[in-house]
Design a binder for this molecule. Structure first.
Ligand code: NAG
Ligand code: NAG
Ligand code: NAG
Ligand code: NAG
Ligand code: NAG
Length: 189
C-alpha cells in the first residue's frame, strides 16, 4: 500500500520516470481483426502475426514480451494475445500477460523491475483500442503527435505501426514493412 502510494506520487511529480530504462522498448498493437467484434485475426492479421512479426524480432535481442491480459468476456486483448503468441513461441518465450489494460502503472512497474535485471530489449503487444492509456502510462508521446487523442486511432488504423524507444529515449515510429501486406507508410505518420 505504502509503496504504491509513494510510486504514484513520484509518477505524478516526474512522469518521464515511468520509462526511464535503458532497454530498447518496442510497442505494437494487435494485428488485423474481423469486423463486428468477431473473434480471432483476419487472414491478413494471421499473416502478420505468424509470418511477418517473428522474423522482425528474431535478432533484436528480446528478453521479455509483455502482452495485455486477455479477457474472454469483453474480448479485450484477445487479439493482442493472438498477435504475441506466435512470436513468443518462435523465441522460446512466454508472454507476460499479468497486466490488464485497466491498470495505469502495471506495465511501467514491470519494465522498471525487468530493467534492473536485464539489458535485453522488451516488446509490448497491446490492444490497439487501449493504446492511448498505455502510452499515457509510459509517458510516451508519438513523434509529431500534437493531439494525444489521436494515438489510439493511429494504431487501430495502422496495424503495421511499430514504435521504438531506444537508449537515447527517442521515440521512433516506423512500419513493420510486412511484404505483401503493408503499403508505404502514409505521409501523415
Ligand atoms: C542507463 O545508462 C546510463 C549511461 O550508460 C547509465 O548512467 C544509467 O545508470 C543507466 N540507467 C539504468 C537504469 O540502467
Ligand atoms: C474464459 O476464460 C476463463 C478463465 O480463463 C475460462 O475458464 C473459460 O472457459 C473461458 N471461456 C471461453 C468461452 O473461452
Ligand atoms: C492466446 O493465443 C494462443 C494462440 O492463438 C491461444 O492458444 C491461447 O488460448 C490464447 N489465450 C487466451 C487467454 O485466449
Ligand atoms: C532478478 O534476478 C535475480 C537473480 O537471478 C532474481 O532472484 C530476481 O527475482 C530477479 N528480479 C526480477 C524483478 O526479475
Ligand atoms: C520499414 O521501411 C522503412 C523505409 O525503408 C525503414 O526506414 C524502416 O526502418 C523499416 N522498418 C523496419 C521495422 O524494418
Amino acid at each position: 500500500m505504502r509503496i504504491t502510494t509513494v510510486l504514484s506520487t513520484i509518477a505524478l511529480l516526474s512522469p518521464a520516470l515511468a520509462v526511464s530504462i535503458n532497454n530498447t522498448l518496442y510497442i505494437i498493437g494487435n494485428a488485423e481483426t474481423p469486423s463486428l467484434d468477431l473473434p480471432g485475426l483476419t487472414p491478413i492479421g494471421l499473416r502478420r502475426a505468424q509470418d511477418c512479426i517473428p522474423p522482425i524480432f528474431a535478432d533484436l535481442n528480446l528478453g521479455l514480451i509483455i502482452s495485455c491480459k486477455p479477457n474472454n468476456k469483453t474480448g479485450t486483448c484477445m487479439s493482442a494475445n493472438d498477435t504475441a503468441v506466435p512470436l513468443a513461441a518462435s523465441l522460446g518465450l512466454v508472454p507476460d500477460n499479468h497486466c490488464a489494460t485497466s491498470s495505469d502503472s502495471c506495465v511501467s512497474t514491470t519494465l522498471t523491475k525487468y530493467a534492473k535485471n536485464s539489458t535485453q530489449a522488451v516488446l509490448v503487444v497491446w490492444d490497439s483500442a487501449e493504446m492511448d492509456d498505455l502510452l499515457e502510462g509510459l509517458d510516451i508521446d508519438l513523434p509529431g503527435g500534437d493531439d494525444d487523442d489521436d494515438n489510439a486511432d493511429i494504431f487501430s488504423f495502422h496495424a503495421d505501426l511499430l514504435l521504438i524507444k531506444n537508449l537515447k529515449q527517442t521515440v521512433i515510429e516506423t512500419s513493420m514493412n510486412c511484404t505483401g501486406i503493408d503499403g508505404p507508410a502514409p505521409d501523415d505518420l
